[in-house]
Design a protein around this ligand. Structure first.
Ligand code: NAP
Ligand code: GDD
Length: 344
């Protein structure tokens, strides 16, 4: 089996590649050319799996339709996982056009290429709980109404709908995985869970004094990314293409996540967390809670890692990272304070 992954250098791309390689797939991934290396999350896979060509990387970009189409024609994959995106909701308010171009053009380019290929190719679209908007405390499932609150959410609604349209109009095997928030030590450092676990590690190591956050009352259904990529793969092995929700069924606030993380290093979050308006969004998704009974019953999928274990996995990882930072600091190789200057 051959798979092509857009977004292979991201959190989910890295875990999904690992999973597919373990199932014997030949994995192809697209990477963006950048002025510095952006493959840190998959460097371990590159060193093990590129020698025998089981992992092959190609320079491309979701906005470069012709290169994506050529790649699909050349690779002739059995499965395409479209994970590439500008995935930060707050940044999507700052870069709305780029976020929308990526979210919309990427999916339709791949669907068009697949439709014209003389081969049955399965397509996975990374849909998101962000599409629901989160204004009520209802449990959300595959039939819940979309009410996107950000340019990012709106672009995901387009990709979701166009996948369904290609499924219904052209019989393309197009799967929408509506995934609720999922986290891990590979999570980008400006998403709130990783921002917290990283700060906790650094505060415990004595190299950071405060953590500045935005809305502490927002609530999310947080699961573990490794569990969720298994769900993606299971969706693609089902006998027909459908929409599926993956979620834990538990929603916790940002405050609860921070409290749990600080507790693990015997500190009280109130002594370290301050809030700033600069991390508030023009429009907020207040509450997300998912009902994944369809995937649990039909795909036999379930999240293995619960909330407390997730926080522990992330904090323990970042305690070790902070120890490495201490060593670099001692050699004057990094700066003593850490906070992204621009990104929310
Ligand atoms: P991520 O860590 O932010 O990774 C995003 C990936 O997209 C990276 O590989 C990035 O490449 C790539 N990318 C960005 N711009 C691109 C472009 N112009 N062309 C090609 N690739 C581009 O996101 P993630 O957490 O793994 O999420 C994977 C997918 O699931 C995303 O579509 C996200 O929106 C969606 N999703 C995520 C969650 C979640 O909680 N994690 C929940 C629901 C849906 P670089 O490394 O070069 O930046
Ligand atoms: N990033 C961030 N930084 N968020 C903060 C902060 C902060 O300092 N302080 C509070 N928050 C709040 C945000 O306002 C939001 O309500 C919540 O924490 C979660 O924010 P993120 O971790 O940035 O994730 P997200 O829920 O907006 O988006 C993620 O999940 C979506 C699925 O629902 C991303 O992974 C999306 O790509 C994904 O689709």
């Amino acid at each position: 089996m051959k798979a092509l992954i857009t977004g292979i250098t991201g959190q989910d791309g890295a875990y999904l590649s690992e999973l597919l390689l373990s199932h014997g797939y030949e994995v192809h991934g697209i990477v963006r050319r950048s002025s510095s290396f952006n493959t840190a999350r998959i460097d371990n896979l590159i060193s093990t799996h590129t020698k025998d060509n089981m992992l092959q990387l190609h320079y491309s970009d979701l906005l470069d339709s012709s290169s994506i189409t050529n790649l699909i024609n050349n690779v002739q994959p059995d499965e395409v996982y479209n994970l590439g995106a500008q995935s930060h909701v707050a940044v999507s308010f700052q870069n709305p056009i780029l976020t929308t171009q990526l979210g919309t053009l990427g999916s339709i380019t791949i669907l068009e290429a697949i439709r014209h290929l003389d081969k049955d190719v399965k397509f996975y679209q990374a849909s998101s709980s962000e599409m629901f908007g989160g204004s009520s405390k209802d449990m959300l499932n595959e039939n819940s109404v979309f009410d996107a609150k950000s340019p990012y959410g709106a672009s995901k609604v387009f990709a979701h709908e166009i996948t369904k349209i290609y499924r219904e109009s052209y019989n393309v095997f197009g799967v929408n995985g509506i995934l609720f928030n999922h986290e891990s030590p590979l999570r980008g450092e400006t998403f709130v869970t990783r921002k917290i676990s990283k700060a906790v590690g650094r505060i415990a190591a004595g190299i950071q004094s405060k953590l500045t956050l935005g809305n502490l009352d927002a609530s999310r259904d947080w699961g573990y990314a490794k569990d969720y990529v298994k769900g993606m793969w299971l969706m693609m092995q089902h006998n027909q293409a459908e929409d599926w929700v993956l979620a834990t069924g538990t929603s916790k606030t940002v405050r609860e996540f921070a409290e749990e993380a600080f507790k693990l290093v015997n500190l009280n979050m109130e002594d370290y967390v301050i809030t700033s308006e600069k991390y508030l969004r023009p429009n907020e998704v207040d509450y997300l809670l998912g009902d994944s009974s369809k995937a649990r019953n039909i795909l036999n999928w379930k999240p293995e890692v619960g909330f407390k274990e997730l926080v522990k996995i992330m904090v323990e990882f970042d305690i070790n990272e902070a120890k490495k930072d201490v060593a670099l600091l001692n050699d004057n190789l990094i700066s003593p304070t850490w906070e992204y200057p621009v990104v929310k």
